[in-house]
Design a protein around this ligand. Structure first.
Ligand code: ZN
Length: 253
């Protein structure tokens, strides 16, 4: 079993294309998407169609979910992008079948998926869509992280923070170190919380797209350079999208 794990694509066509290209050489059996296909970026329909075409499973992310409710709890930049995405994608009665199918696919995304000892979510095992498990939780918020570890068995895998890495049972976080790829073992008698990182808006200071490959006893992250300037230019050319959303692609923060 070898599963390609993509998450937090955020309507970034260039990053998604680069990651799929990279995945082509990895001989994965299937691809799972851990949510946030849309939001922040300029090309939501493209990303939805690619995920529908390539991923065997796609979970609900908080940005996907926000299309169907109020985004009042989002910051103004994120909320503006949700409104832009909703305006583009929400079908009217006279819209094409294609547009209606995309919308209802997004609306029906599942919240979590269990497979053997692996639990897949967007955010956290106890609040699969919204809760953040931060790299700093081990020392700033150990009770929260302990309670999260108590809420699952085996290995939980998530996205949401856009910060790739792994928490072990001792609540230590191991992030990536600027490598092109990085493998960590997942011994079968231990618990882990794995963050697969973000394809379309990395925030760990490395602006390359990030995804992971899961094998029965190891996880490997890959960093993939992409033409972020192209994505930035598309964001800057879109009045409804804040320029801050373009700039953060350059710095990876
Ligand atoms: Zn996200």
């Amino acid at each position: 079993m070898k599963i390609g794990l993509i998450s937090d694509l955020h309507s970034n066509r260039e990053a998604l294309n680069a990651v799929l290209e990279h995945l082509r050489d990895q001989e994965v059996d299937k691809i799972y998407c851990l949510g946030d296909v849309v939001g922040y970026g300029p090309e939501p329909e493209f990303c939805v169609d690619v995920v529908r075409g390539h991923a065997e499973l796609c979970l609900m992310g908080n940005h996907d979910d926000a299309l169907f409710r109020s985004a009042a709890d989002f910051n103004p930049h994120a909320r503006g992008a949700i409104e832009y995405t909703r305006t583009r994608m929400q079908p009217k009665w006279y819209s094409s079948g294609e547009k209606k199918e995309r919308w209802s696919w997004l609306e029906k995304l599942p919240l979590s998926h269990q497979e053997g000892r692996f639990l897949f979510v967007h955010g956290s095992p106890r609040d699969p869509v919204r809760e953040y498990v931060l790299p700093t939780d081990g020392y700033l918020n150990p009770e929260k992280l302990r309670s999260i570890f108590d809420s699952f068995e085996g290995v939980a895998l998530a996205g949401h923070t856009h910060h790739p890495g792994i928490h072990d049972e001792a609540l230590r976080f191991h992030g990536l170190d600027g490598e092109d790829s990085c493998t960590m073992e997942l011994p079968s008698d231990e618990k882990f919380f794995v963050n697969v990182g973000s394809v379309g808006q990395p925030r760990d200071g490395d602006n390359r797209a990030c995804y992971a490959i899961l094998e029965p006893d190891a996880v490997t992250w890959h960093r993939v350079p992409y033409d972020y300037r192209e994505t930035m230019n598309k964001i800057l050319a879109t009045r409804e999208l804040s320029e801050l959303l373009a700039r953060r692609l350059q710095v990876g923060k």
